[in-house]
Write a protein that binds this ligand. Structure first.
Ligand code: HEM
Length: 474
């Protein structure tokens, strides 16, 4: 008992806790990373919160986050339960990848997804060729705007979502397709549904989410999104020919055929649905929002846009589509893309982790089962690391000779065992789409429009406020 008390006396400090709600009123759930930044100033890099009776610890700054995710990777590798997803099929042994508990099934599914993405060449084309082709479709759509002022956000979502559609269902949608429009709207609505006070409350008081009718009402878009995926998988299954692999769904179906052992490793129908949903939700919004930020920064910094275009003209020219092999010869463009990710700070709080065992961090005791929020925003803007943390400054990623360098605190994809598994794909999409766009167009603020806002809108991801641009063909 004494030992336990001594350990808990080293539990991280935090704001005063109220009965029942704990510290939930200390955080603005529509802007949590801003609240965390204030709490960090008051309590230091490791502080605690309490959502009702759930203990949370928030980790801030590069040094702390690195120690937890890299040096004590397994201690922090678990995920807390998310009862708000139960109504769409999450449960025991059916957790997909993103919110799966740390363990054997998560490992198998993660390894499966990583290796399938790596070997992607199942259709006739490589993943890189698909990305380049989609970037071409995107340019045609932009061209049809004829240099007039427009909002590019939906087109970017179309393009990036199509890349995931290729990987998952071996096909793409035309941008005007009504089903596609509906799908994209559902993504946005389901992100909005998962933001704010209510989902936080329902996650820590699961009995509320189990009241009949509540999840359907609170998470209608989430449910419709899952229904959409169910229909698509069913259609896919009907046309499946085991002799021919079209996409990741076919590879999964093949695994399922292997029988009981495969099923115990997580390869069953419910996980196919959930992994599919994971790839869409984790891989679409993040990447398209990053490109949306990239264009916003180009509007705000035309001199940087010109320097990127000079490099594109010199290394690739105006006609040949960009290729990943160009990246090594384009340090400036590469630095700009990295700085976009740092400033855009698209996943500011990552995805909640949970301690897998009792652990210690910088002298603090954190018990097993504590929810841990990794404040990635505080790493990407860490004043002890970055020369100009709150400015758009591509030189953060260039050495004195103009060569590309990547500071260790560049962690938009997080780190350790739960680090983003789509990082390679995302990097490829960012590089190929950004260079294709700037090869073909110069982006400017329309004369009648104000300078776009640089602050962000938070709904699990940080995205730019809507803005209009003109794309002038080069
Ligand atoms: C997890 C960022 C694109 C699939 C994550 C995490 C972050 C992140 C911060 C949480 C890591 C953690 O828990 O510590 C990003 C960013 C992207 C991007 C900034 C684009 C710019 C993608 C893409 C895919 C993907 C394209 C796949 C197609 C996943 C998956 C996880 C994940 C499956 C869960 C990993 C696990 O729990 O084991 N991502 N991501 N992401 N991401 Fe990404």
């Amino acid at each position: 008992f004494m030992k336990r008390r001594k350990k808990w006396s080293r539990y991280p400090p935090g704001p005063a806790s109220l009965p029942f709600l704990g510290t939930m009123f200390s955080v603005d759930f529509h802007n949590p990373h801003r609240s965390f930044s204030q709490l960090q100033k008051k309590f230091g890099n490791i502080f605690s919160l309490q959502n009702c009776w759930t203990n949370l610890v928030v980790l801030n700054g590069y040094k702390t986050v690195k120690e937890a995710l890299v040096h004590k990777s397994e201690d922090f590798a678990d995920r807390p339960p998310f009862p708000i997803y139960e109504h769409i099929g999450y449960g025991e042994n059916s957790e997909g990848i993103v919110v799966a508990r740390y363990g054997h099934v998560w490992k198998e599914l993660r390894r499966f997804a990583l290796s399938t993405l790596r070997n992607f060449g199942m259709g006739k084309k490589s993943l890189e060729e698909h990305v380049v082709e989609e970037a071409g479709f995107l340019c045609s759509e932009i061209m049809s705007e004829e240099g007039k002022s427009f909002d590019i956000q939906v087109l970017l979502k179309n393009a990036v979502c199509n890349m995931i559609c290729h990987i998952v269902f071996g096909d793409r949608f035309d941008y005007g397709d009504e089903t596609f429009k509906k799908l994209l709207q559902l993504f946005q609505n389901s992100l909005d549904e998962e933001t704010g006070f209510l989902p936080q409350l329902l996650n820590v008081v699961p009995i509320l989410v189990r009241i009949p009718g509540v999840p359907q009402k609170a998470f209608q878009a989430q449910k419709e999104l899952m229904d959409f995926i169910d229909v698509a998988i069913e259609k896919h299954r009907k046309t499946w020919d085991p002799a021919y692999t079209r996409d990741i769904t076919d590879v999964f179906l093949k695994e399922m055929e292997k029988g009981k052992a495969a099923e115990e490793n997580g390869f069953h129908y419910n996980n196919l649905r959930l992994v599919t949903l994971d790839l869409f939700t984790a891989g679409s919004e993040t990447t398209s929002t990053t490109i949306h930020w990239a264009l916003l920064y180009m509007l705000l910094h035309p001199e940087i846009q010109s320097k990127v275009q000079e490099e594109i003209d010199r290394v690739i020219g105006r006609e040949r589509p960009p290729a990943m092999t160009d990246q090594a010869s384009m340090p400036y463009t590469n630095a700009v893309i990295h700085e976009v990710q740092r400033c855009g700070d698209v996943v500011p709080l990552g995805i909640p982790h949970r301690t897998y065992r009792d652990t210690e961090l910088q002298g603090f005791f954190i018990p097993k089962g504590t929810t841990v929020i990794i404040n990635l925003s505080s790493v990407l803007k860490d004043e002890t690391v970055w020369e100009k943390p709150n400015e758009f400054y591509p030189e953060h990623f260039l050495d004195a000779k103009g060569q590309f360098v990547k500071p260790e605190a560049f962690l938009p994809f997080s780190a350790g065992r739960r680090a983003c598994l789509g990082e390679q794909l995302a990097r490829m999409e960012l590089f190929l789409v950004f260079t294709t766009l700037l090869q073909k167009f110069t982006f400017v603020v329309p004369e009648d429009q104000p300078r776009p806002r640089v602050d962000s809108h938070f709904a699990l991801t940080n995205s730019p406020h809507p803005y209009l641009l003109r794309a002038l063909p080069r």
